[in-house]
Design a protein around this ligand. Structure first.
Ligand SMILES: C[S@@+](CC[C@H](N)C(=O)[O-])C[C@H]1O[C@@H](n2cnc3c(N)ncnc32)[C@H](O)[C@@H]1O
Length: 227
């Protein structure tokens, strides 16, 4: 009986967690609306996908960080940081600077704070953003969004708001899964580089760089037009 109960509990837990992985790993069978509003409220489960060492094969994190041309004292935001895949790497590149690892989900924020503590990265600070504002605590040099842009509602006003917290010459780097990628969010939620650029233009930014080395994602860097 005890064995039967153990199997039952295991099966129920698996049934609850598996679709979340399937969605990001295979991008199948999910409605766009569900995806945009779904919760990232189980950091331990998401960490298995987000921090899977195999991700480096297509995410190329070292190349991404290099392309961001950081200076050691910069103030950088990882917006929608998730479990901190990029925030941790950014913090290591900024010994005299700071990384604000911002997420909407309180449990992700708690996970990020724990991870910064466990890795002895006092310059990685976990903060909570809201659905309408990133809640940046001070002017910053760079905001990075990796697979987050499509989750944000009201993007025009959201990014106009962020403009108030960008230092002179400040940049926004956006990495988004392309419509053609073999895996990722549901296809209806994906955005081409052209769509991302058009939305950022409407919010007052111009594209300064387009990098083409990621096989599954577009990678673009924007600055405010009037700076
Ligand atoms: C697909 S995950 C990407 C996580 C991380 N950037 C990475 O590449 O591993 C999207 C993350 O964005 C967060 N998110 C969604 N909407 C957000 C918003 N408006 N503000 C801040 N975070 C948001 C989610 O909670 C989730 O952790």
């Amino acid at each position: 009986m005890r064995r039967f109960l153990n199997v039952l509990v295991f099966t129920l837990v698996l049934a609850a967690v598996a679709p979340a992985f399937a969605q990001h790993k295979h991008g199948a069978g999910h409605e766009a609306a569900q995806h945009q509003s779904h919760r990232f409220d189980d950091p331990q489960a998401w960490a298995k996908a987000f921090d899977d060492p195999k991700r480096a094969e297509w995410q190329k994190p070292d190349e991404v960080v290099k392309a961001l041309a950081l200076k050691p004292d910069m103030k950088v935001v990882d917006l929608g940081a998730g479990t901190g895949y990029f925030a941790v790497r950014l913090a290591r590149e900024l010994p005299a600077g700071v990384v604000y690892a911002i997420d909407l989900e309180p449990k992700m924020v708690a996970y990020l704070a724990e991870r910064a503590k466990a890795l002895a990265l006092p310059n990685m600070k976990a903060l909570r953003g809201s659905a309408t504002s990133a809640n940046l605590p001070e002017p910053v040099d760079l905001v990075l969004l990796v697979n987050v842009f499509h989750h944000i509602d009201g993007r025009s006003s959201y990014f106009r708001n962020i403009a108030k917290s960008l230092k002179s010459g400040g940049r926004i780097a956006i990495i988004e899964t392309t419509p053609e990628a073999p895996a990722g969010p549901p296809r209806a939620m994906r955005m081409s580089a052209t769509q991302v650029e058009a939305e950022m233009k409407a919010a007052g930014y111009s594209r300064k760089q387009r990098l083409d080395f990621l096989p599954q994602q577009s990678f673009q860097i924007f600055q405010l037009v009037d700076r």
